[in-house]
Design a protein around this ligand. Structure first.
Ligand code: GLV
Ligand code: GLV
Length: 342
């Protein structure tokens, strides 16, 4: 019999890669919105594989609903906070994900948010959209809408960029910052990871950095002018950026989070912005998303620029992610190689 696979979202232009196959039996969530849990639990019965996205919790409930037939879970994401990995290992279910292909797209939006948050784009953009530019009281005044500068100039020397997590996306973001004149970079890594001295020496030479140093969280908070949160989510990184951390940051610093909302304590960040412990924040992810309404404390903060988790949303990157997710699924189904397996 052909193995049954459940696909939780229509995969657009990548769909033919699945539909053209004669050796699988496809069950596709039929609507153009998030897959309903009840539908998934019902349809996954007896499936050998499932292709999920970030909102699908892959936990005991789902595995029990599937039964012993389930061999592979393929997520169309680089993050895997939604998947219970120890449980997968216990039940010998292979898990695929989509690293690498989205690195550049996420680094692009990370830089965008750093610029937007520093330069008051939240306030400036809403002013224009609400007709404020044409109002008689607008008045272009010398220091209105000013913010800290990301690039280095003769009169504004060395800015230190900090990375909470220094993986692929962090390094791709650093590459984009080098032409801005950035020469000082510090980062933290998971305490269980070993220092990568050779990699750091190579990066330092490649980008002509004066400083590239692995530091502790205390120094990261105190010394960063722009702080990029680029670490996986999960228990180990939960609320690393909390009130204590934010209190240590520079008053003109900018915080950017393009990884997982759970790393940053939203209430503490809202307080930090309101009380001007830091200058601004640029967020692609927020804890509790997607239930972020207009009365959310961070949405109400003028110095917080927020976009709805669209870091990898370019046509090419999403096509690459979908393709990789399908390749992982097929590899796992037939006991073959998966291009990116956790
Ligand atoms: C997006 O957040 C992803 O994990 O791919
Ligand atoms: C994710 O892809 C990372 O390693 O930063």
């Amino acid at each position: 019999v052909r193995p049954k696979v459940v696909i939780c979202r229509h995969l657009g232009p990548a769909m033919p890669l699945l539909l053209d196959r004669k050796d699988i039996d496809i069950v596709l969530w039929p609507e153009d919105r998030g897959c309903e849990r009840a539908w998934l639990l019902e349809n996954i019965k007896g499936a050998a594989g499932v292709l999920v996205l970030l909102p699908e919790r892959v936990n005991e409930e789902l595995l029990d609903a599937a039964g012993p037939s389930l061999r592979v879970v393929s997520t169309m994401s680089v993050g895997y906070e939604h998947i219970d990995l120890p449980l997968m290992a216990k039940r010998k279910i292979r898990v695929g994900y989509t690293p690498d292909v989205l690195t550049e797209a996420v680094a692009d939006i990370t830089l965008m948010l750093a610029l937007m948050a520093g330069r008051n784009d939240g306030v400036a953009y809403s002013l224009v959209k609400n007709g404020g530019w044409a109002k008689p009281n607008f008045g272009w005044s010398p220091f209105t809408f000013c913010g800290p500068q990301l690039s280095t100039t003769a009169s504004s020397p060395a800015r230190t960029v900090g990375f909470l997590g220094f993986g692929r996306i962090a390094q791709a973001t650093l590459a984009r910052l080098v032409p801005f004149g950035i020469t000082h970079c510090i980062y933290t890594s998971s305490p269980t990871s070993r220092p990568d001295v050779a990699r750091d020496a190579a990066l330092q030479t490649k980008y002509n950095l004066k400083v590239l140093e692995r530091v502790d969280a205390d120094r990261l908070a105190r010394e960063s002018d722009v702080l990029f949160v680029l670490t996986p989510g999960g228990k180990e990184t939960y609320h690393i950026v909390d009130a204590t951390f934010l209190r240590k940051m520079k008053p003109m610093s900018v915080l950017v989070n393009t990884s997982r909302g759970s790393v940053v304590d939203s209430d503490a960040l809202a307080t930090a912005l309101r009380e001007k412990w830091i200058w601004g924040a640029g967020l692609d992810v927020v804890e509790g998303e997607p239930a972020i309404t207009t009365d959310h404390p961070l949405v109400k903060e003028p110095q917080c620029v927020m976009v709805p988790h669209i870091g990898s949303a370019t046509f090419q990157t999403r096509l690459d992610m979908a393709t990789r997710a399908i390749d992982n699924l097929i590899g796992g189904l037939f006991g073959g190689e998966m291009p990116a397996e956790l």
